[in-house]
Ligand binder design. Structure first.
Ligand code: MN
Ligand code: MN
Length: 299
């Protein structure tokens, strides 16, 4: 059961996430550099007394998830685009995970409404005892009613302290094989809608990583990087950008990550792309389910 103290931290994380979106909406406009958008949001989260639970994800058009700008990314938000901003905040390990979709051409409005409405409907049915598959059914039905497809191989998830994916899956479709029932705890609900195949595939680019815990003795320079990252992130996701202050760093960090990968101490999160390169919309909220109530911390 969640203590009052834990709920307080979850609510604080959610409040910071909400405020970070008000900044995001102001600065994320066509012509704005992705790198600036991500860095300003991450800085703002820290100014408000939180820490990023993961690097800010910015998904332009058919990029569904897991892209965060690299230090050398000079790209800007394109005209007429649809852009997902997915951000995470933690306060002492208690996480808020939330996403919005912004769009700069009215043609995307129906696609954006599909996932927005699916999330609203999903939140309406969440309570202790409800099957995860029922939440998925509501999401799928809502998105299809709007004329789109849910992305089936992306899903909501349980959240635990310092853990973004607890292992519990909240599907975005009526997955009859998912027998999980909602109980007291923390969940992220995140419907994705698309006019494409309704599936994502992994791209070759990786910009987000996480460390695996180890008690193994590591060689000198690798140990230094591992300890530097683990010191601030533990096993939470990170991006090399956070550990690069100059071009010399960039090479050292790249080399260190390659060594950690060879030692099987690195989890990699490749960029996820819609299979038909069709545009994707997403909304996400974090809900805290107690025996008494359902709190949407990020709403
Ligand atoms: Mn998210
Ligand atoms: Mn999530």
């Amino acid at each position: 059961m969640l203590s009052d103290e834990e709920i307080k931290k979850l609510l604080k994380a959610g409040d910071i996430a909400k405020r970070a979106f008000s900044i995001a909406e102001k600065i994320a406009k066509p012509g704005a550099r992705l790198l600036d958008v991500a860095e300003r949001i991450e800085r703002y989260i820290m100014e408000l007394g939180g820490e990023p639970a993961f690097p800010v994800n910015i998904g332009v058009n058919h990029i569904a998830a897991h892209y965060t700008p690299t230090p050398s990314d000079s790209s800007v938000i394109p005209d007429d685009s649809i852009v997902k901003i997915d951000l995470g905040v933690h306060v002492d390990g208690y996480i808020a995970d939330s996403a919005i979709t912004l769009y700069y051409n009215p043609i995307y409005e129906p696609l954006v409404e599909a996932s927005r409405r699916a999330l609203e409907k999903a939140i309406e049915v969440v309570k202790p005892g409800v099957r995860a598959s029922e939440i998925g059914r509501v999401i799928e039905e809502t998105i299809k009613t709007h004329g789109f497809k849910p992305i089936k191989n992306l899903s909501g998830h349980g959240l635990e302290r310092y853990t973004i994916h607890s292992g519990v899956v909240i599907p975005n479709y009526h997955d009859r094989l998912n027998l999980y029932r909602i109980r007291e705890g923390v969940y992220a609900l995140e419907p994705f809608a698309t006019s494409g195949a309704g599936l994502v595939v992994e791209g070759s680019l990786v910009t987000i990583y996480a460390l695996k815990p180890t008690s193994r003795a590591l060689p000198g320079s690798t140990r230094t990087l591992y300890e530097r990252i683990y010191g601030s992130r533990k096993t939470l996701p990170f991006t090399p950008r956070w550990f690069i202050k100059n071009p010399i760093d960039e090479e050292a960090v790249a080399r260190g990550l390659m060594e950690l990968r060879n030692l099987k101490l690195l989890l990699e999160y490749p960029v996820l792309i819609e299979k038909e390169k069709a545009p994707v919309s997403q909304f996400e909220h974090t809900v805290v389910v107690t025996s008494r109530e359902v709190l949407v911390t990020t709403l």
